[in-house]
Design a protein. Structure first.
Length: 125
């Protein structure tokens, strides 16, 4: 037998010996330190969650595009250092149909969906 053939037979034999061991691994055993990756929600998912939260809070949205744009502006304003109370007063002054409770719901929904890192409680989720 040539040396190449002997090496090939040894290689194939080694692979055959390894294959059953891999197949016999216990899938219920502890996999060790494994991180679970969770996908980030899409912008559409965030928008739908935000609109849903507003509806649950009793706020009827008539201009979806505008309210979503306002939500992002609220996050930017919070990030710039404005307080929730300042934003609530501004929102009420710009929309006479908002009550203070509705404005608070709006701010909390914005923080919970679009900028939870800025929320005093971390997140509404």
């Amino acid at each position: 037998m040539s040396r190449r053939l002997v090496a090939l037979v040894a290689l194939v034999a080694g692979v055959q010996f390894l294959t059953p061991a891999l197949a016999a691994a216990d899938p219920s055993g502890d996999p060790g330190d494994v991180q679970t990756l969770t996908p980030h929600p899409s912008q559409v998912d965030l928008d739908e969650r935000f609109l849903h939260d507003l509806g649950l809070g009793g706020i009827r949205v008539t201009n979806v595009k505008e309210v979503i744009g306002d939500a992002h502006q609220i996050c930017a304003t919070l990030k710039a250092g404005e307080t929730e109370q300042q934003i609530i007063k501004l929102a009420i002054s710009q929309n006479a149909t908002l009550t203070e409770a509705n404005a608070q719901t709006l701010i909390e929904s914005v923080e919970g969906v679009y900028c939870p890192q800025l929320s005093p409680s971390g997140s509404l989720a």
